[in-house]
Design a protein around this ligand. Structure first.
Ligand code: HEM
Length: 179
């Protein structure tokens, strides 16, 4: 029973993360469509609204619910895990990922109403935040108590800085290209 639940947990964690990565890509293209002339802009943005709501309601949200439910079920079957520090660190990162999920849900409804409060570069940085959560959660749950928190946090910070620099460099190269 536990192993089956763990397998379901990992399958839907992967689907949830895939949905989160793809939805923000759609936000980026949806926002960049603003730079297009009419009628191209309206045609593109109407299409992105359809794609965003289908991805969100058919894949991302159901996957999140099943991943969390399977995780909770495993905690019910193995409550001893709640006496470990690594599970609480993991759940703290998961709480961050859930907040990230619901902010994305808010962005969907803002874009549907034609409100663009993040630039495409800000959205590219936002996209990388999901990567940082994924790296933090997987290292915590695989290394468990063997993890060295100091090196772990240091590694995560360096990883975050490298990712943000990469996005900035990409933006500069793209601007040069468009000139
Ligand atoms: C509220 C949400 C979640 C809960 C309650 C939860 C709980 C759990 C539990 C109890 C296990 C089994 C640990 C063990 O038996 O050693 C587990 C395994 C795992 N979880 Fe989660 N989890 C949650 C969300 C996530 C998320 C968001 C990710 C990744 C982004 C994730 C990735 C994993 C992985 C990779 C394993 C397998 C670890 C192993 O095989 O040693 N979990 N989770």
């Amino acid at each position: 029973m536990y192993q089956y639940t763990l397998a379901i947990h990992i399958i839907f964690v992967v689907s949830w993360m895939a949905g989160l990565f793809y939805i923000v890509r759609l936000f980026i293209y949806h926002t960049e469509a603003n730079e297009k002339p009419e009628p191209e802009r309206t045609i593109l943005q109407k299409q992105f609204i359809i794609m965003e709501s289908k991805l969100w309601n058919i894949i991302t949200t159901p996957a999140m619910i099943i991943a969390v439910a399977a995780g909770m079920r495993m905690l019910q079957l193995n409550p001893g895990l709640l006496e470990t520090d690594w599970m609480w660190v993991k759940l703290a990162f998961v709480a961050g990922l859930l907040i990230y999920h619901f902010i994305c849900q808010n962005i969907i409804s803002q874009l549907k109403r034609g409100r663009f409060w993040m630039t495409s570069t800000q959205l590219r940085l936002w996209n990388e935040l999901a990567t940082i959560f994924l790296v933090a959660i997987v290292f915590t749950v695989i290394l468990k108590s063997a993890i060295d928190w100091l090196y772990g946090l240091l590694g995560l910070t360096v990883f975050a800085v490298i990712i943000m620099l990469a996005v900035k460099l990409y933006k500069r190269a793209r601007e040069k290209q468009l000139k």
